[in-house]
Design a protein around this ligand. Structure first.
Ligand code: SF4
Ligand code: SF4
Ligand code: SF4
Length: 419
């Protein structure tokens, strides 16, 4: 999958065009910005150039430009660099990125009729399948960074496709049917025998996330203290630009009334430490995705739940490991080092586990998004084909909105929407 000039993401431009056409916002702007945001992450376009390229059009469309962009600070201009202020000047004029009030004043244009699109592309990287990425840690830092950085190690050799993680996530976050913040792909792959393989996929909580770069109102943002990529439900206007910019297809737009009404959702689990509404399922007309169980991380479910997730807790196969990537003793780092030490996979207790492999990878790492999820196991190749898993979604009370893509024969990690 190429990183240059590919439509956002990969080969699904037409799907994304249809998806954006269903909103009342500028489709071309969303498509172009999504593509360029991926180029920024890939290091092919500077943040400043990206900001300037779209600033006027965004203000025209949304009356504000509150994107999370890492712009140079005018106060730190090199006095010898006489062109500095000129270069950033017009891009920064008239925008107060701190103003919550200005974000909230953006008119919600509402959304058009519900659709049933399934969109997206495989989360496969270009490096050879089964090769260690050599990153030296769950997110490349080897557990030595400062502060907290939540992340995961997911062991594909251990996953048997039982879907328990999906059910747990859906229940804990009151998700509407079809909104699968955790999604387990069952696939067969060339060179990996006839075995069915499984890839549980959450939001990757990318350190250099395209989705935060395109959100015109600043609803999609990175939480500074721990790196969580969250959506402020109060601010999101439902333009779906984040969805088309994400290479991983993990966003779910809440079209209609959520299945679980507001009255049945625990208020305490929705508002984070900063007073922003980022937890549980989104309201109508708003984008949702995996939050890495933000309410747990904020201690709203008790001290003992900090550093855990519902999907990890539900996994009886020991496939999902969540924790602070900056802590060498955390579950994801410990699990990685265990496997790097060449520990054999214990199949006596878990016969469904696959043979041990020390290969690790991150999804689409070559795109520069710096995912905070590392996988142990063999990476799906570009020839991987999605197949029916051993457990049917319907049998678990789940709905798979990706069937449409599966039926078209595409191997996909697309997002979707809940009815
Ligand atoms: S995986 Fe998550 S953080 Fe990364 S671009 Fe997609 S939505 Fe954003
Ligand atoms: S978070 Fe909401 S407002 Fe921001 S890009 Fe996504 S859909 Fe649009
Ligand atoms: S980390 Fe939490 S929100 Fe994300 S998939 Fe797992 S249970 Fe769902």
């Amino acid at each position: 999958m190429s990183t240059d000039e590919s439509p956002p993401p990969g080969d699904d431009e037409e799907r994304y065009r249809r998806l954006l056409d269903e909103t009342e916002y500028d489709t071309e702007l969303g498509l172009e910005m999504g593509r360029d945001a991926q180029r920024v992450s890939a290091g092919e376009l500077s943040e400043l150039e990206f900001y300037r390229r779209y600033h006027d059009r965004i203000v025209e469309e949304f009356d504000i430009d509150d994107r999370e962009i890492d712009l140079p600070d005018p106060d730190e201009a090199d006095p010898d660099d006489v062109g500095f202020l000129d270069r950033i000047g017009s891009a920064l004029e008239g925008v107060d990125p701190e103003s919550d009030e200005s974000r909230r004043s953006v008119m919600k244009k509402g959304t058009a009729a519900a659709g049933a699109l399934a969109v997206g592309g495989w989360g496969t990287a270009q490096n050879a399948a089964g090769q260690d990425d050599g990153s030296g840690g769950a997110a490349g830092g080897g557990g030595e960074g400062e502060g907290t950085r939540w992340g995961m190690t997911i062991n594909l050799n251990n996953c048997d496709g039982c879907l328990a993680c999906m059910v747990a996530c859906n229940q804990e976050h009151n998700l509407s049917r079809g909104a699968n913040w955790m999604y387990v792909f069952a696939f067969e792959d060339e060179g990996q025998g006839d075995e069915t393989n499984f890839l549980p996929r959450t939001c990757q909580h990318c350190t250099d996330s395209p989705c935060t770069k395109v959100c015109p109102v600043g609803a999609r943002h990175t939480r500074e203290e721990d790196g969580l990529v969250l959506t402020d439900y109060d601010i999101c206007i439902g333009c779906r630009y984040c969805e088309v910019s994400c290479p991983y297809g993990v966003n779910y737009f809440q079209w209609g009334e959520p299945d679980v009404p507001e009255s049945e959702v625990d208020d305490d689990h929705q508002i984070d430490d900063r007073g922003r509404w980022v937890g549980s399922r989104p309201p109508e007309g708003v984008m949702g995705k995996c939050t890495f169980c933000v309410d747990r991380q904020d201690g709203q479910m008790g001290e003992e739940k900090i550093g855990t997730t519902a999907c990890e807790e539900a996994c009886t196969m020991d496939a999902v490991h969540f924790g602070d990537l900056n802590d060498p003793e955390s579950a994801p780092n410990q699990h990685l080092s265990q496997y790097r030490d060449g520990q054999e996979n214990d199949r006596s207790e878990f016969p469904n586990r696959k043979e041990h492999t020390v290969s690790t990878f991150k999804l689409m790492e070559e795109r520069g998004t710096e995912p905070n999820v590392t996988f142990v196991g063999n990476e799906p190749s570009p020839h991987a084909e999605q197949v029916e898993g051993p457990v049917a979604y319907e049998d678990m009370g789940l709905t798979d909105n990706r069937k449409e893509v599966l039926d078209e024969g595409a191997a996909a990690t697309q997002g979707g929407e809940s009815a």
